[in-house]
Design a protein around this ligand. Structure first.
Ligand code: IMP
Length: 428
């Protein structure tokens, strides 16, 4: 199979985990390139539910190599728990099916403390992060003071960096009791992380070499994006974003590969839109319709359990995603959640004062002042798409909905997902 990047086209939670799982069958390697255990990828196999946060969902298949690239931020404790939870359910995780980049940055306990502290300090302007320490860890990476996975194998070097970071934090956060306490806990933290490093040692690898050699030898790679285009630190609704590049470009830097090895970029879009956390969401439904989507779609965060905000499909968002990712195809998920709806709306543009906008505005004040312009389509009441596994068997109105999406965005719909199970899927 080709080398394919899978990205989210909305605000995350589009159902990428299931799509990666389905495409893994035909791939040899599955690689994560950004984010951390803020992600929650749900895969259901024969009624058994797996929620993966860090390890690519390819781990659930036999004989696949899973890679956690240098662009990912790794909480070693969370990674160990995930490995152990998989092992307990009979999934073997060894260096033959999991490699973690030496250069991936380590999420320290104080990153998590800082995440919570900053959110608290921001009050009503908070981002609504997952509280996993993602932003503070990427901040250290860019500030060139971060700790990388291979540092855990160099105790003296690790200790020096760790103590320097603590000293710096204590100066910067005089009023934060957790941070001021770090001196007292420094030794215990050092011992804990060195021990985690030892437990993970076998998995630590030059993943840039592993992945490039795999590609050179003709193996096919699935690049698994986390979060979504509108949460990308450059192309999303900044500052209400995550701290990494969740768009296709992130796969290059986050793994150390060149653009020429990519054959396809598939964007995953829910048949409607959801967002978790704060920030603008023009097509959000705040009333009864939004609640209906939330309950029908079980829209609660896989990582934090927070209720997701729900709204109609937004072509302004999707057009932006097609562009900044160079999408070659679209995957529509959760089509079945729209079953039974009399009318379905799609947002075709935004009204801003007296202007009609078709392109996603970069300026937050403009975005916040936009109202959605909708077109209404007929639903497919009396018919169901749930569990349908061939395009021909979809109700005509559902086919019409797919056609409108494909034609509006000018890209083919490659896959449609019609239920949670691995087999509830239609390939075009
Ligand atoms: P952070 O990544 O924890 O810093 O959170 C920043 C923003 O990204 C918040 O709005 C989170 O809710 C959102 N976010 C992070 N990871 C995910 C995800 O996997 N799905 C959906 N939203 C996410």
């Amino acid at each position: 199979m080709a080398n394919i990047i899978i990205v989210g086209t909305q605000w995350g939670d589009e159902g990428k985990g299931k799509i990666v799982d389905c495409l893994t069958e035909k791939s040899n390697v599955v690689a994560r390139f950004q984010g951390g255990h803020n992600a929650g990828h749900t895969v259901v196999i024969g009624g058994d539910k797996f929620i993966l946060h860090l390890i690519p969902s390819g781990i659930l298949h036999k004989d696949k190599m899973c890679i956690i690239g240098n662009g990912v931020v790794v909480n070693p404790e969370a990674l160990m728990s995930e490995i152990m939870a998989l092992e307990l359910r009979g999934v073997r995780v060894t260096k033959d099916n999991l490699r973690v980049s030496k250069n991936a940055h380590v999420i320290m306990d104080y990153h998590e403390d800082l995440d919570g502290w900053k959110e608290h300090e921001m009050g009503s302007k908070k981002i609504g992060t997952t509280g996993r320490g993602i932003g503070p860890c990427y901040t250290d990476k860019v500030a060139r003071s971060g700790i990388r996975m291979h540092d855990l194998d160099w105790p003296e070097q690790f200790k020096e960096k760790h103590l320097a970071n603590i000293a710096d934090l204590i100066k910067r956060y005089p009023n934060n009791p957790d941070i001021q306490n770090l001196v007292k806990t420094a030794e215990a933290t050092y011992v804990k992380y060195i021990s985690l490093g030892k437990q993970l040692k076998d998995y630590i690898d030059d993943t840039d070499i592993t992945i490039n050699e795999a590609i050179k030898s003709g193996k096919s790679v699935l690049f698994e994006g986390a979060q979504g285009t509108l949460l990308d630190v450059d192309h999303g609704t900044y500052p209400y974003v995550t701290s990494s590049n969740a768009t296709a470009g992130g796969a290059m830097t986050g793994l150390g590969i060149g653009p020429k090895c990519i054959d396809e970029v598939l964007g995953v879009a829910k048949a409607y839109t959801t967002r978790v956390g704060e920030g603008p969401f023009p097509s959000e439904l705040t009333g009864h319709e939004g609640e209906l989507l939330r309950e029908k779609g079980a829209e609660y965060g896989a990582t934090t359990g927070r209720p997701r905000r729900c709204g109609w499909l937004d072509f302004v968002v999707l057009r932006h995603a097609v562009r900044v990712n160079g999408l070659t195809g679209l995957v529509i998920t959760k089509l079945d959640i729209l079953d039974g709806m009399d009318k379905i709306k799609v947002c075709v543009g935004y009204k801003y004062i007296d202007q009609f906008l078709k392109d996603f505005p970069k300026e937050l004040p403009i975005l916040e002042g936009c109202t959605p312009v909708y077109e209404e389509l007929d639903g497919w009441t009396g018919h169901t798409t749930a569990g349908v596994r061939s395009y021909d068997k979809l109700p005509q109105k559902a086919k019409d909905y797919m056609q409108v999406i494909g034609e509006t965005l000018g890209i083919p719909i490659a896959i449609v997902s019609t239920g949670q199970d691995r087999d509830d899927i239609i390939y075009s």
